[in-house]
Design a protein around this ligand. Structure first.
Ligand SMILES: *[C@@H]1O[C@H](CO)[C@@H](O)[C@H](O)[C@H]1NC(C)=O
Ligand SMILES: *[C@@H]1O[C@H](CO)[C@@H](O)[C@H](O)[C@H]1NC(C)=O
Ligand SMILES: *[C@@H]1O[C@H](CO)[C@@H](O)[C@H](O)[C@H]1NC(C)=O
Length: 179
């Protein structure tokens, strides 16, 4: 009985202590063409100036958690430098003086999760012929802009076009093309 009570009290103490700083809310990844940002909302009603630590861990190949950044004073962190071929667990916690919140956790697999942006398209009509040039999309996480195709292997473009005011769309598949 006494032991159970002590247990319950101890549990409450632990909860109360670890709950001093609420954890960041709504942690999520925004990734387009491999430019990848971890975003979160500040912990609910907390009044002090909290800072954040972001850590990442690769699941494949297996690693332990590493600091991506510490002492961060904004609610986003660029994680584009992680290898696009990896599988990761990212986590962020709020810190205030010597206290910290629990971790908010997000899984991230860049190849699968990044949104592939549209190619850029240039159309020219010349004596009844339509010329359509398109390039990209390109990876947006390094100084050199590599085509995303370098990462994904082959892909095709699909062109749909129609006469202005008409509902009849013409579909034009292209073969496997470069860039
Ligand atoms: C939060 O930081 C700002 C700017 O550094 C400071 O003016 C303010 O007093 C701080 N607030 C608290 C509650 O510490
Ligand atoms: C992360 O940074 C904190 C604060 O600088 C440090 O105490 C901790 O040991 C670091 N953790 C790792 C895994 O490097
Ligand atoms: C946030 O951190 C950056 C870089 O560490 C610093 O330049 C900036 O002044 C800080 N902003 C606030 C509001 O403390």
């Amino acid at each position: 009985m006494a032991a159970a009570l002590r247990g319950a009290l101890w549990g409450c103490l632990l909860l109360c202590v670890s709950g001093i700083v609420p954890k960041p809310q709504n942690a999520r990844i925004n990734s387009v063409n491999f430019r990848s940002i971890l975003l979160w909302d500040p912990p609910g009603v907390y009044k002090g100036n909290v800072s954040y630590t972001v850590q990442s861990k690769s699941n494949f190949p297996k690693q332990s958690f590493n600091n991506v950044t510490t002492n961060l004073n904004v609610t986003e962190c660029d994680v584009s430098s992680l290898s696009v071929y990896g599988t990761y667990v990212l986590r962020v916690r709020a810190e205030w003086e010597d206290e910290h919140s629990d971790w908010a956790v997000v899984k991230f697999k860049p190849m699968a999760d990044t949104v592939i942006g549209p190619p850029s398209v240039n159309v020219k009509s010349e004596s009844g012929t339509l010329h359509v040039d398109f390039t990209g999309p390109a990876a947006d996480h390094e100084h050199e802009k590599w085509s995303l195709k370098q990462y994904y292997g082959s892909w095709n473009y699909r062109i749909l076009y129609w006469k202005k005011g008409s509902n009849k769309k013409i579909f034009h598949p292209t073969g496997s093309v470069w860039n």
